[in-house]
Write a protein that binds this ligand. Structure first.
Ligand code: 5GP
Length: 113
C-alpha cells in the first residue's frame, strides 16, 4: 500500500493536473476546486507534511516556493492576491503535503473564516 498523498501522486504523474510550472524543487498547478477565478497550488517536490515538519535545512526551499508563487501570480496577471498555507486539520489542511495556495482574481475579504 502506498502512503503517498494525492500531491505525491500528482508529482509522480499518477494523477493528472493542470501543470503551470515545474522545476527540480517545486511544482505549481491549478486547484481542482477553485475558490476564486485564479487558484493555484505551489508544492515542494520534497514530501514535507506541513509547516510543522520543516527543518533548518528547508529554509532555501521555502524561499524558493515563495519566489515561485510570486512569479506565477504575476504571470497570471494578478496585481492583488492572497497566499495561504493551512497548517493542521483544524486550520483547514486536508492534504498533508505542504502547499501554498495562490488565490486571486476577485476581491478577498479579511479576516478569513
Ligand atoms: P488544503 O485544504 O489542504 O489547504 O488544500 C488542499 C487543496 O488541494 C484544496 O484546495 C483542494 O481543492 C486541492 N486538491 C485536492 N485534491 C486535488 C487534486 O487531485 N488535484 C488538484 N489539482 N487539487 C486538489
Amino acid at each position: 500500500m502506498s502512503n503517498k498523498t494525492v500531491f505525491g501522486k500528482i508529482i509522480d504523474g499518477e494523477i493528472p493536473c493542470e501543470e503551470l510550472y515545474r522545476d527540480e524543487f517545486c511544482l505549481a498547478f491549478r486547484d481542482i476546486q477553485p475558490q476564486a477565478p485564479v487558484h493555484i497550488l505551489v508544492i515542494p517536490i520534497k514530501p514535507l507534511e506541513s509547516l510543522k515538519s520543516i527543518q533548518e535545512e528547508d529554509q532555501e526551499l521555502l524561499g524558493h516556493l515563495l519566489m515561485t508563487a510570486s512569479k506565477i501570480a504575476q504571470k497570471e496577471g494578478l496585481e492583488n492576491w492572497r497566499t495561504v498555507i493551512n497548517t493542521g486539520e483544524k486550520a483547514g489542511q486536508t492534504v498533508f503535503h505542504l502547499h501554498i495556495h495562490i488565490i486571486g482574481g476577485r476581491e478577498l475579504k479579511w479576516p478569513p473564516g
